[in-house]
Write a new protein. Structure first.
Length: 307
C-alpha cells in the first residue's frame, strides 16, 4: 500500500514534556503469547491515564480488513465506532515518575516510514532509553518463573536477565525493526522477549503481563503497582493447577517440562529469571528496586545521553 498521507498528527493540547525520559514501546500483534502486550497496553491506558502526544494515522498504517474496528449495536441503531489506536503518550508510573509510551497495534504498512517517525519523535523529546517487550510461547512450565531473552545495546541487562540466548532467524515484528534502527542510531535500547508456557499462550495469562511490567522496571526504574493483575494471577493459577491435578496427561506434561527446565537452569551459565517466585514483588519491594536502580545509575555526561 503506498504512503497516502501524514503518518501521525501531534496532539494540539499536548503538555510540555521534560527531556531525557525513558521510552517504552508496547505493540500488539504477531508475538503476544499470553496476551502479555495487550494486557500491558490495557494497564497503561486504564490505570495510568496517558496524555497523547502524537496519534498515528490508521488510514496509512492499518489494514482494516485484518483488524476490523468495533461498532456497538443497540436494537435498531449504531451507538459507537471504535477503531484501533496507535499513540505516543506522556504518562506517569505508580510513583509519579514521568515517561513516554508508544502503545497500540503493530502497523500493517509503511514500516520504514513508521520507524523513521518514531526515531524522529524520540530525538525531538531527547529520550534517554528505549525499552520494548513482546512474548512468545515456549515449552516451559507455569510453575517456574517466566524467563526472558534480552537483546539490544544494554549489555548489563542481557548479562543479568537473558536466560536463553539462541542463534536463529525468526519472522520480524515492527518492534524488532525499531530496536534495530535505534541500535544503529547509538541509542540505549533493550528488547525483552517473555518466554511464556506454550500451553497457556492462547489465553490471557496475567503472569505474562506482570513479567512485562517487571521487565520495564529493571530496565528503566519505573514502578507499576499492578495489584489487580496480581490478584487475577493468583485466581488464574489456582484454576490451572486444578486442571492439571485433574488430568494425568497434563500432570505428566508439566512434570516433564519442570524436569527439563530445572536441568537447563542447573547447567546454565546465563542469567536467572527476574521473578523468583510465582508472583510480582509488592509495591514496597518495587520501590526498593527503584532505589537500587537509581543508586546504580551513571552520573555526569554518561547519564545525559539522548537520541
Amino acid at each position: 500500500m503506498p504512503l497516502s498521507g501524514p503518518l501521525f498528527e501531534r496532539a494540539a493540547s499536548a503538555p510540555p514534556v521534560p527531556r531525557g525520559l525513558p521510552l517504552v514501546i508496547a505493540l500488539t500483534g504477531f508475538t503476544d503469547a499470553g496476551s502479555a502486550v495487550s494486557r500491558l497496553v490495557d494497564y497503561v491506558r486504564d490505570d495510568l491515564d496517558p496524555t497523547p502526544l502524537a496519534v498515528f494515522s490508521n488510514d496509512v498504517l492499518l489494514d482494516y480488513r485484518a483488524r476490523r474496528p468495533l461498532v456497538s449495536f443497540e436494537q435498531d441503531h449504531l451507538t459507537d465506532y471504535r477503531p484501533p489506536r496507535l499513540e505516543l503518550s506522556f504518562v506517569h508510573d505508580s510513583l509519579g515518575q514521568p515517561f513516554l509510551v508508544l502503545t497500540g497495534y503493530e502497523p500493517d504498512f509503511a514500516w520504514d516510514a513508521f520507524a523513521r517517525s518514531v526515531l524522529d519523535l524520540a530525538a525531538a523529546y531527547g529520550v534517554a532509553t528505549v525499552t520494548w517487550v513482546h512474548a512468545i510461547p515456549m515449552p516451559v512450565p507455569h510453575t517456574r518463573p517466566i524467563g526472558t531473552t534480552v537483546s539490544g545495546t544494554r549489555s548489563e541487562l542481557t548479562e543479568a536477565h537473558s536466560v536463553w540466548q539462541p542463534h536463529t532467524q525468526v519472522p520480524s515484528t515492527a518492534g524488532h525493526l525499531l530496536e534495530f534502527r535505534f541500535a544503529e542510531a547509538g541509542a540505549h535500547v533493550a528488547g525483552f522477549v517473555l518466554l511464556v508456557p506454550h500451553y497457556l499462550g492462547d489465553t490471557e495469562y496475567p503472569a505474562a503481563a506482570l513479567a512485562a511490567l517487571d521487565s520495564l522496571t529493571v530496565a528503566t526504574g519505573l514502578v507499576f503497582a499492578g495489584d489487580e493483575l496480581r490478584e487475577e494471577n493468583r485466581e488464574y493459577l489456582a484454576k490451572v493447577d486444578d486442571q492439571v491435578a485433574g488430568s494425568d496427561e497434563l500432570s505428566r506434561m508439566v512434570q516433564g517440562l519442570e524436569e527439563r527446565y530445572d536441568a537447563y537452569m542447573a547447567g546454565s551459565t546465563l542469567a536467572t529469571p527476574m521473578i523468583h517466585t510465582g508472583d510480582l514483588p509488592s509495591a514496597d519491594e518495587l520501590a526498593a528496586e527503584l532505589e537500587r536502580f537509581l543508586a546504580s545509575r551513571p552520573t555526569g555526561d554518561e547519564d545525559k545521553r539522548g537520541l
